[in-house]
Design a binder for this molecule. Structure first.
Ligand code: ARG
Length: 421
């Protein structure tokens, strides 16, 4: 019988390198590593050599950047999905795509198991396993970090040294970092104390507001149906556009988020994020929606945004409800096309100007000049009917207070007497 095959989510870091070796030993299986390129810059050097040295028999390194942005990040942007009103969820939306990619590889290779390197107390284990379960209910998911014998990073490093597993220098960093084009998530080390301001070295790409340039920078973003398509009049495809905004945003200290968040597994955690492009795009997209969305859709959409963010954060990307909400979002975006000019300055994004062929802002209705076409007189009747329920309510209340007792009878007794007559 041929050996079993396990597809392993491989980052090139310490945990997953040790995991490859450990799984090969424990399951006597062929290990196929899968690394998705979502635009991360760390641990990518000699990734293939590291995977082979750890014991992989085949490796996949797949460029998922375009699919990640266009099929995951932009739909989340269109939805306005920010977890707990703050976090653009770079990590959360990467997981369902990596899960899908691993399932595809497992099918191609005839593998029956998929392993990930998430710990037992985070959200990512849930996202991976729920996504894999949804896409391939027959595949077994392994999560060695939940059960294996190593109690610390030092023990893993020892195991790596004893077994000739190459480990990169970044192992020394006190932080746990997950990076992609949509943002970077940073936790552990000094960040575990909510009283401690993030140390300077926690941030990976952004300038601090204090060290950002004294001159502000303006950037104009063009959207087509809620999708960013151009910068300063120049059409750009997704990767270039997001990289451009990450660069201009990072030097102006945009997109630092310091968040105490509610994890799915029941605890609060403190995480610091850097998401310059996502922050600028969410801001600009919202401004364009203010101009182009009908009031009813705009207000209802904020409920959808909240729910959509929770679904993504809680690992339910590949769910019927997320897909149904996506259909609503897509419909809502039909006229969210136009341009938004923003100013970036020492950590802040401000609106400068916006324009759309579908703008619902009607200058002739909004103006206070002689051009005004708003029917002021019609307001009188409108207010009369609009305020009618409150007038009625309070008229009854006043009457009730003044006629509380009559001939020594309570109001109840008076009502019974009236019915009996
Ligand atoms: N808290 C974030 C989430 O659940 C990020 C998790 C991964 N963070 C990290 N530093 N590795 O989406």
């Amino acid at each position: 019988m041929s050996k079993q095959k396990i597809v392993v989510a491989y980052s090139g870091g310490l945990d997953t390198s040790v995991m490859v070796h450990w799984l090969k030993n424990h399951y006597d299986a062929d290990i196929i590593t899968c690394t998705g390129n979502l635009g991360q810059t760390k641990e990518t050097a000699s990734l293939q050599e590291k995977a082979f040295a750890a014991g992989a028999s085949r490796i996949y390194y797949i460029d998922l950047r375009k699919e990640f942005l266009e099929q995951y990040a932009f739909p989340a942007l269109q939805a306005g999905a920010l977890y707990e009103e703050a976090y653009p969820m770079a990590t959360s939306i990467g997981r369902p795509l990596l899960a899908k990619t691993m399932v595809d590889i497992a099918r191609k290779e005839g593998a029956t198991m998929i392993a990930h390197g998430c710990t037992g107390k985070g959200n990512d284990q849930v996202r991976f396993e729920v996504s894999i379960g949804a896409l391939a209910p027959d595949i077994t998911v392994l999560a060695p970090l939940r059960t294996w014998e190593f109690k610390s990073r030092e023990e893993e490093i020892e195991y790596a040294a004893a077994n000739g597993i190459p480990v990169s220098a970044t192992v020394k960093s006190p932080y746990s970092i997950d990076e992609n084009l949509w943002g970077t998530s940073i936790e552990c080390g000094a960040l575990e104390d909510p009283m401690v301001e993030p140390p300077l070295d926690a941030f990976q790409s952004t300038s601090s507001p204090e060290s950002a340039p004294d001159e502000s920078e303006e950037v104009t973003i063009g959207f087509e149906k809620g999708i960013p398509v151009s910068i300063d009049g120049r059409e750009m495809e997704s990767i270039e556009l997001v990289e451009f905004l990450n660069a201009i945003g990072a030097r102006n200290a945009i997109g630092r988020i310091d968040l105490i968040e509610n994890r799915l597994v029941g605890i609060k955690s403190r995480e610091v994020y850097e998401a310059p492009a996502a922050t600028i795009l969410h801001f600009a997209h919202k401004e364009l929606e203010r101009l182009t969305l009908d009031k009813g859709v705009a207000h209802y959409k904020s409920i959808v945004a909240h729910e959509y963010a929770n679904l993504i954060y809680n690992g339910l990307w590949h769910s019927p409800l997320r897909e149904a909400l996506a259909a609503f979002v897509e419909k809502s975006q039909e006229r969210v096309s136009g341009i938004v000019k923003v100013r970036l300055y020492k950590g802040t994004v401000r609106i400068v100007a916006r324009s759309s062929a579908f703008s619902l802002y009607d200058p002739l209705l909004a103006t206070y000049t002689a051009e005004d076409q708003f029917d002021h007189k019609a307001s009188e009747g409108f207010i009369k009917i609009y305020g009618l329920p409150l007038k009625t309510y309070n008229r009854v209340l006043q009457k009730k207070n003044s006629t509380h007792k009559k001939n020594g009878q309570s109001q109840h007794q008076q009502q019974y007497a009236a019915v009996e007559q």
